[in-house]
Design a protein around this ligand. Structure first.
Ligand code: ZN
Length: 482
């Protein structure tokens, strides 16, 4: 009896691009084994060296997380659907919010918020709670944009924003907080101006810092709710851990291409992000939006859902997404809701927590600090200027482009195209006696390719630092950047 398995976007490259597939087997364990023997490349993404499922992969049967229930061996029923949910980057009265302060609304505010005031679920009390609330947005990008706009419009009294980036022209496709004339300005300045334009009653506090273990607790302490609008795993784990340690709710959202995830993590009332994903995926498995792309409207939808949950948290109404993970597939237009369980062995919110203070999150996520500093790595790299000089010399170099065909179509420097996911099966087409220069868009995927080739015995392989983007920026400015 075949069982349907839903394959998530980041893993489809290893399953011949299938988004779902029917695989025979009587238990989850057997079905997954049959899946990985059919698509052998999936094996290393789903299982570790010891043969157990990797901790950044969750397996659901229908809407039930089977991993903590250890139901891998339970017989499957005919209509069961297995979902593989990798990491990508609750209705209770709110009692953690400090809204007891005396808050009054002016006549101008009463008029401005009249459409809220006439909903009984918000009313005067809810609007005063919104005015009293202090919300911290981590990130003023794709998710942070709709969040800042709607929270400001709704009358949240204080919005803090942490970001240290400047507005880039490639942000404008989705980061609607910023406009064309803001390109080159600090995102915080632009955000402050936009928010004040929408609602001058909002106090905006900006923090132009990289959120770190040294400043997170102090920063978060002054806020009632923290919203995770980041795009990288170290910051997600940092936001989670700081929220758990301080007992604050963490409104989580993430996006990738056409997929979105939303949840509210509040360790006092339900699971935390680590209960869902105890460990991050290895660097490079899940591409960033810069590498993987994202449909511009998707962060608008996901960020708006986060804003919705934040407002419900503050006014204390409705059923919150605590203990629930919502998955949105924009291409299929489907919302799925999965129930999340608190992991009793969670290292930060479980019965015997082992994490009692913030840790080194870059290290935890396997990210090397200052890549290129290690001597053994330096010889595996080449700068765009060095490559240009060597090509001008007429050196016999084999340029390997490991991006996707649609990226190659946008711009290329004449390299031989083998997408990273196809490299293992096409490795025999490469000549190990030649010097191979590998590039992608920014240098992340090509670093993985260089690593893979070295492990496969290739000696003369180098990664082009900064990828084709650096080439277009510093060598050939006639090329388009994307
Ligand atoms: Zn936890």
């Amino acid at each position: 009896m075949p069982t349907k398995i839903l394959i998530p976007t980041p893993l489809r490259a290893y399953a011949e691009k299938h988004d779902s597939i029917e695989i025979a087997g009587t238990t989850v364990e057997e079905v997954l084994r049959n899946l990985t023997s059919r698509f052998t490349q999936l094996q290393r993404h789903l299982y570790n060296e010891n043969g157990s499922l990797r901790s950044y992969v969750n397996v659901y049967v229908n809407d039930e997380d089977i991993r903590y229930l250890q139901k891998e061996k339970t017989p499957l029923k005919e209509s069961d659907v297995i979902s593989i949910i990798p990491s990508i980057a609750g209705g209770t009265e709110v009692n953690t919010l400090t809204v007891e302060r005396e808050i009054q609304l002016s006549n101008e505010e009463i008029l401005r918020y009249s459409r809220h005031l006439i909903i009984p679920e918000v009313g005067m009390q809810g609007q005063k709670r919104l005015k009293a609330a202090k919300v911290l947005l981590v990130g003023a990008g794709g998710l942070g944009s709709p969040l800042a706009l709607y929270l400001a419009a709704a009358g949240v009294g204080k919005i803090g924003i942490v970001d240290f980036d400047v507005v880039d022209v490639t942000n404008l496709q989705r980061q609607v907080l910023h406009s064309t004339e803001d390109v080159g300005r600090s995102k915080l300045e632009s955000a402050r101006e936009t928010i004040h334009g929408i609602n001058p009653h909002v106090s905006v506090e900006t923090y132009e810092v990289r959120l770190s273990s040294d400043n997170a607790l102090e920063l978060f302490a002054g806020y009632d709710v923290v919203i995770d609008g980041t795009d990288n795993f170290p910051t997600r784990y940092l936001v989670n851990d700081a929220c758990v340690l301080l007992g604050k709710p963490n409104v989580y959202g993430s996006i990738f291409r056409f997929d979105g995830q939303v949840a509210v993590f509040d360790a006092q009332r339900g699971p935390c992000y680590r209960c869902l994903y105890p460990a991050p995926p290895p660097p490079g498995l899940v591409p960033s939006c810069a590498e993987g792309g994202v449909l511009g409207v998707l962060p608008g939808i996901v960020g708006s859902l986060q804003a919705l949950e934040t407002i419900k948290l503050i006014v204390g109404q409705g059923d919150l997404l605590i203990g629930r993970l919502v998955l949105f597939d924009a291409l299929k237009f489907t919302f799925r809701e999965l129930r999340l369980k608190k992991n009793p062995d969670c290292p930060i919110c479980g019965n015997v927590p082992t994490i009692r203070e913030l840790i080194d999150y870059e290290q935890f996520c396997g990210i090397e600090r200052s890549p290129g500093n290690g001597n053994d790595h330096q010889q595996d790299q080449i700068s765009v200027e060095q490559l240009k000089t060597r090509l001008d010399h007429g050196d016999d170099l084999y340029i390997l482009d490991v991006r996707e065909p649609h990226e190659y179509e946008i711009v290329n420097i004449g390299g031989h195209l083998i997408p990273l996911g196809e490299l293992p099966e096409k490795i025999h087409t490469l000549d190990s006696s030649k010097e191979i220069i590998v590039h992608c868009k920014l240098g992340g995927r090509s670093a993985k390719a260089v690593d893979f080739l070295k492990k496969s015995g290739f000696k003369k392989v180098k990664n082009l630092i900064g990828g084709i983007d650096a080439w277009a920026d510093r060598v050939d400015r006639t090329l388009p950047r994307y």
